[in-house]
Design a protein around this ligand. Structure first.
Ligand code: HEC
Length: 118
């Protein structure tokens, strides 16, 4: 019968180890999407560049129908877009080994920008 205190210590340790996994498994801090960041012109320029280079191919209007869904940015939170971009989902590739966190945040900001179109 283990002492209750050692059980608690073990649970606390599991908690500490599980946190980075929940954050996406990359060990990165969860990003903060402030209004300032989302409206920064340098960030948006970088994000648009990434979108044109990597995302439009599947999501853009010139992609063949059914390849990837047309994005509906108004329905997404920045956190959702960031998560899809980072980890991917089914037919959607993850980009965490291609782009650093700031780059993935930038393309997220672009997708959420009022000037964004597929
Ligand atoms: C190889 C093709 C491909 C590329 C490249 C690609 N995507 Fe996707 N993406 C998909 C597919 C397919 C889905 C749908 C996955 C599902 O839900 O089944 C998707 C889903 C998404 C979603 C969620 C849409 C929703 O309504 O649930 C977002 C957001 C997204 N992609 C953003 C991006 C961004 C930003 C990029 C560029 C960094 C990108 N994608 C590059 C194929 C692609």
């Amino acid at each position: 019968m283990p002492r209750p205190s050692s059980v608690l210590a073990a649970l606390a340790l599991i908690g500490v180890l599980a946190v980075p996994a929940l954050a996406g498994g990359t060990g990165e801090e969860a990003p903060q999407f402030t209004e300032e960041f989302l409206n920064d012109t340098d960030v948006l320029a970088k994000g648009q560049e990434i979108w044109v280079e990597q995302c439009q191919f599947c999501h853009g209007k010139n992609a063949y129908p059914g390849k990837a869904p047309k994005l509906k940015p108004r329905k997404y939170t920045p956190e959702f877009v960031y998560k899809r971009v980072t980890k991917g989902f089914k037919g959607m590739p993850g980009w965490d080994e291609v782009y650093n966190q700031e780059e993935r945040m930038s393309v997220t900001a672009w997708v959420k920008n009022k000037d964004f179109s597929n």
